[in-house]
Design a protein around this ligand. Structure first.
Ligand SMILES: Nc1ncnc2c1ncn2[C@@H]1O[C@H](COP(=O)(O)OP(=O)(O)OP(=O)(O)O)[C@@H](O)[C@H]1O
Length: 180
């Protein structure tokens, strides 16, 4: 990719291949991908080559994924730019592992911690470096399941129905979510 391309393409695609899980090993499954050393390229079977912005083979750990693909977005975020990290893949491919990985404060420093807790940690680190700035941090947590949007931070039993609306001024908006 040239310097010019970097300026105009605002989306980067990373391919991550997880290791085989014990069940797959027991069933005799084998990895059908070959990784090209030092190139962001993967070969499926014998001859189908695909190139991405980043390719992470099964040996690559959470820290390197974060440092390579996510950390540059945070530099922009601190300077006021929006950023989105989207995990996409078939069921069992490793989206939750890559994005999550911490459920208790004891797990916070484990190497398996994923993107979301690492991002949150970095935001608070940056905040503490900037004593004379005012920060407002808010978080919403939504799940889209069977085409319904669920507000995962809403504790009430009668959860409000959440819809997606298009606002002429603010663009696409998700209505009335809980912000903590
Ligand atoms: N990079 C990895 N290293 C080791 N284990 C991994 C890795 N990625 C995923 N796994 C393991 O693979 C299994 C499936 O991963 P995960 O649950 O994250 O998939 P998913 O894409 O979120 O699935 P679903 O869409 O069904 O929720 C889990 O047991 C997880 O621990």
């Amino acid at each position: 990719m040239t310097k010019e391309d970097e300026k105009v393409i605002p989306v980067r695609v990373a391919l991550r291949c997880r290791p085989l899980v014990p069940k797959e090993i027991n069933e005799g499954c084998q990895c059908c991908l070959t990784f090209v050393p030092s190139e962001p390229q993967v070969i499926v079977g014998n001859d189908k080559a695909f190139t991405y912005d980043y390719v992470f083979d099964p040996t690559i750990e959470q820290e390197e994924v974060f440092n390579t693909a996510v950390s540059p977005l945070l530099s922009g975020l601190i300077r006021g730019y929006n950023a989105t990290v989207l995990a996409y893949g078939q069921t069992g491919s490793g989206k939750t592992f890559s994005m999550g990985g911490t459920y208790t404060s004891e797990q916070e420093n484990e190497s398996t911690v994923g993107v979301i807790p690492r991002v949150i940690r970095r935001i608070f680190q940056e905040k503490s470096k900037c004593a004379d700035c005012e920060f407002l941090l808010a978080v919403s947590y939504l799940e889209i399941y069977n085409e319904e949007i669920l507000d995962l931070l809403c504790t009430s039993k009668d959860k409000p129905i959440i819809s997606i609306r298009e606002d002429p001024k603010d663009g696409i908006k998700v209505s009335s979510t809980t912000r903590n």
